[in-house]
Write a protein that binds this ligand. Structure first.
Ligand code: NAG
Length: 417
C-alpha cells in the first residue's frame, strides 16, 4: 500500500516537473498511415465511379443521381460561407469540412472521472464534440473496436445544457446537443465547465467517420466560428489561467509522432527565428498570400487559412487544374488527383510567398504515396466568400507552425525534426 502510493506520487511529481521546466502542455499527435489514406481514397473513388455509371445507365433513377451528387458534394467539401452564416446566427445548420481524409489525431478526456477520446485537433473549426452513449452511426465494435462514447451519467462534473448542436455536411447531418463538463488535456490540465457537444447521430460524416480513427473533433479556431456560441477549449484554458501564453504550436512529423503544445512554443522543435504573420481577421487562421507558385504557375496576391484538420493543400479548382495540368496529374470524380509515381522526381516545388518570404513545399512532398498509388497532395475546392487556399497538413509538416491566439498571428519556423 505504502509502496504503491509512493509510486503514484513519484510518477505524478516527475510528470509535473517535466511540465514546469518550460510551462508547456505537451500532447502527442499521431499520424494515420499513407496506406490507410490512399486505400480510403481509392475506395471512395470506386464508389463514386459506380454511382456515376449507374446514374448514367438509369437516367430515371433520381435517387442514384442524387447520391452521386451528394458524394461529390462531400468530396468537394463545405461552404465556409454557410458555416459563417450559422455561427452568426443567420442559419441553423452548417456545412463544414469533410474529415474523411483527416490525418492527425490525439487524445483528451471529458468528465470526472475522465473518459478518454481520440480527437482531430482542427484549427479550421471551433467546437469540441464527442459521440454520446447510444449514438447512431457512430462506428461498429468490429471496426477498430468502435468509437469511445461519452456517458454523462458517469461523470460527477457533468452539467446539462441541452441546446441543439447541428452540423450539415455534404453527405448529411450530424446532430446532438450541448453539455458542460470538465475537459482534461495532457492528463492533468483540467479545463472546468467546458461547453461541448455530445453527438447522437454522426450519419452525416459517412464512412470516413466510421472507418476513421477518431471519436470526435476539438476545434482550435476562434469564437466567431463556434456553434452555440460555445467558448473554445483553448480560450477557456487561457481564461482559467492554465496556459502561460495564449499560443499553441504544432510539430507534425511524417510517419512519426507529432507534438502539439499549449501555452507556448517548444524551442527544441525549430531553429532560427519564428516569422510572424498577422491574420486578416481572427476568425479562421487566415493570412494574406503574396503569391502561390509552382513551375510556370503563379497566382498573384490571394489568401489562405492554416488548417490542421485538412490533410492536403487546397486552392480554387481552376487554379489547381492549371497546376495539375502542368505536372501531368489526372483528375478523378472526387475532385482529387493522382499522379504517375515515376514523375515524382520531376515535380516542381510549391512556393507560398508570405510577407515577402517564400515557404516552399518540395515537389517530392506533394504526393501521398502508398504502394503504386501516388495521390497528388493538392485538390480543388471553391469557397465563394471564404478563403481561397487551405494550407493543410501537407504544408504544416514542412514548418513548425505557431498559432498565436492572443496576438492574432501565425508563425512559421524551420523545423529541427
Ligand atoms: C509570383 O511568382 C512567380 C514565380 O516565381 C513570379 O514570376 C511572379 O512575378 C510572382 N508574382 C507576384 C505578384 O509576386
Amino acid at each position: 500500500m505504502k509502496y504503491s502510493l509512493f509510486a503514484v506520487l513519484s510518477a505524478l511529481s516527475s510528470f509535473t516537473t517535466a511540465q514546469e521546466d518550460d510551462g508547456l502542455i505537451r500532447m502527442k499527435v499521431m499520424k494515420r498511415s499513407n496506406h490507410e489514406m490512399v486505400a480510403q481514397h481509392l475506395e471512395r473513388e470506386n464508389k463514386a465511379l459506380l454511382m456515376a455509371l449507374d446514374a448514367k445507365n438509369n437516367p430515371a433513377d433520381i435517387t442514384l443521381v442524387a447520391s452521386s451528387a451528394s458524394l461529390r458534394g462531400a468530396a468537394q467539401q463545405p461552404s465556409f460561407e454557410e458555416q459563417l452564416a450559422v455561427a452568426q446566427g443567420k442559419s441553423e445548420s452548417v456545412t463544414i469540412k469533410d474529415y474523411s481524409n483527416a490525418q492527425y489525431y490525439g487524445v483528451l478526456e471529458v468528465g470526472s472521472p475522465p473518459q478518454e477520446f481520440t480527437v482531430i485537433f482542427d484549427t479550421g473549426s471551433s467546437n469540441l464534440w464527442v459521440p454520446q452513449i447510444n449514438c447512431k452511426n457512430c462506428g461498429y465494435w468490429f471496426m477498430n473496436g468502435g468509437k469511445h462514447k461519452f456517458d454523462h451519467s458517469k461523470s460527477t462534473t457533468y452539467v446539462v445544457d441541452g441546446t441543439d448542436f447541428h452540423i450539415q455536411y455534404g453527405s448529411g447531418d450530424v446532430k446532438g446537443s450541448f453539455s458542460v463538463d470538465d475537459v482534461t488535456l495532457a492528463q492533468d490540465i483540467v479545463i472546468k465547465g467546458q461547453k461541448f457537444a455530445e453527438v447522437s447521430d454522426a450519419g452525416g460524416l459517412g464512412m470516413g467517420y466510421t472507418l476513421g480513427k477518431f471519436d470526435g473533433i476539438m476545434g482550435l479556431g476562434f469564437e466567431g466560428l463556434s456553434l452555440g456560441n460555445a467558448e473554445t477549449v483553448f480560450k477557456n484554458a487561457m481564461d482559467q489561467g492554465l496556459v502561460n501564453e495564449g499560443k499553441f504550436a504544432f510539430a507534425l512529423g511524417d510517419n512519426k509522432e507529432g507534438e502539439l503544445t499549449f501555452g507556448g512554443v517548444d524551442k527544441s522543435k525549430f531553429k532560427g527565428e519564428i516569422t510572424w504573420v498577422k491574420l486578416e481577421e481572427p476568425k479562421y487562421w487566415q493570412i494574406t498570400l503574396d503569391n502561390v507558385s509552382a513551375g510556370s504557375y503563379s497566382s498573384g496576391k490571394t489568401n489562405g487559412i492554416v488548417d490542421s484538420g485538412t490533410s492536403l493543400i487546397t486552392g480554387p479548382s481552376l487554379e489547381i487544374q492549371k497546376i495539375a495540368a502542368s505536372v501531368g496529374a489526372q483528375a478523378n470524380l472526387l475532385g482529387q488527383y493522382t499522379i504517375d509515381c515515376s514523375k515524382l522526381s520531376s515535380l516542381p516545388n510549391l512556393d507560398f510567398t508570405i510577407n515577402g518570404k517564400a515557404w516552399s513545399v518540395p515537389g517530392k512532398d506533394l504526393v501521398i504515396q502508398s504502394g503504386g498509388t501516388c495521390l497528388f497532395a493538392m485538390m480543388g475546392m471553391d469557397i465563394p466568400t471564404g478563403p481561397k487556399w487551405i494550407l493543410g497538413d501537407v504544408f504544416m509538416r514542412k514548418f513548425y507552425t505557431v498559432f498565436d491566439y492572443e496576438n492574432a498571428q501565425v508563425g512559421f519556423a524551420e523545423p529541427t525534426y
